[in-house]
Design a protein around this ligand. Structure first.
Ligand SMILES: Nc1ncnc2c1ncn2[C@@H]1O[C@H](COP(=O)(O)OP(=O)(O)O)[C@@H](O)[C@H]1O
Ligand SMILES: [Mg+2]
Length: 264
């Protein structure tokens, strides 16, 4: 395993957010962690990247125990993260945002920049534009691009589809597939279970701080419990609205994901 999370517990004060979770990610895989709002998905990614301390358990990366390693060293070791809410620097240009991803690295990063621009032509077109003036989907591309500038072995993605229109979600997910084809391992956190399960090879289901299922992603697409809880219905029912489901594609502003043509 490239990345192993073993019996990890994380607390916010006295509240247990993760209650002994175990997750493994093999080199070359796309693994998804799905779960409802508040399940502990973001906490899991923050704990892997070193932004939250674990209160028990162990994280191993590339054969090394990183449980107590500071976050900036984990970045150098090869853990790249695109955070929930994107976290771009709104006043900085697209290109400077990308350089921020590489600031702890030594040496020439122009090759990585060229690769990011090849994956995201839209970012190349907009490289001198302020990050904050980009559309939601473009900002998501920027957040992923910035994480790629760290030259990660594993890319942690926290809800890249959040608030985006369905077409933009498709585009982001196909770029994630391409990033993986080029050799980067991916751990994808999503509320958009349908899309995530279609993209990933394996999946874990997180419920209130515990892993309740682990299986090949395709199996979970057919799993009645998973369908009822996360995919908005039973097999065979067509065009049923995804009431109360985490599969609803666009939670935020419906216009958010639309490319803003003619802007900037
Ligand atoms: N900074 C925080 N302080 C206190 N509790 C938090 C904090 N961040 C998250 N939590 C709690 O931890 C649990 C898991 O949150 P989170 O990891 O953000 O879930 P998810 O990403 O799956 O929506 C939730 O109950 C949430 O309220
Ligand atoms: Mg979250």
């Amino acid at each position: 395993m490239l990345l192993e999370i073993e019996d990890v517990h994380v607390h916010y004060g006295k509240i247990a957010a993760l209650k002994g979770i175990t997750i493994g990610v093999d080199e070359g895989e796309i693994v998804t962690l799905i779960g409802a709002n508040g399940a502990g998905k973001t906490t899991t990614l923050k704990t892997i990247s070193g932004l939250r301390p674990l209160s028990a358990g162990r994280i191993t990366f590339d054969g090394q125990d990183i449980s107590r390693m500071p976050g900036h060293k984990r970045v150098l070791a090869g853990i790249g993260q695109s955070p929930e809410g994107r976290g771009i620097f709104p006043g900085m240009t697209v290109e400077d945002n990308l350089f921020m991803g590489a600031y702890t690295r030594k040496g020439d990063v122009s090759k990585d920049l060229a690769q990011v621009y090849e994956l995201f032509p839209r970012l190349a077109e907009r490289k001198s534009q302020a990050g904050g003036t980009m559309s939601g989907g473009e900002q998501q591309m920027l957040a992923i691009g910035r994480a790629l500038m760290t030259d990660p072995k594993v890319l942690l993605l926290d809800e890249p589809s959040m608030g985006l229109a369905p077409m933009m979600v498709q585009q982001i997910f196909s770029i994630i597939a391409e990033i993986n084809r080029r050799g980067t391992t991916v751990l994808l956190v999503e509320q958009n279970a349908q899309q995530a399960l279609q993209l990933a090879q394996r999946a874990y289901v997180l419920e209130t701080g515990s892993i309740v299922k682990s299986a090949p992603a395709a199996d979970l697409l057919d799993d009645p419990q998973v369908r009822a809880a996360y995919l908005g219905g039973d097999l065979g029912e067509d065009a049923k609205p995804t009431v109360g489901s985490s599969a609803a594609p666009a939670a935020g502003d419906p216009a958010e994901g639309d490319p803003v043509e003619g802007k900037g």
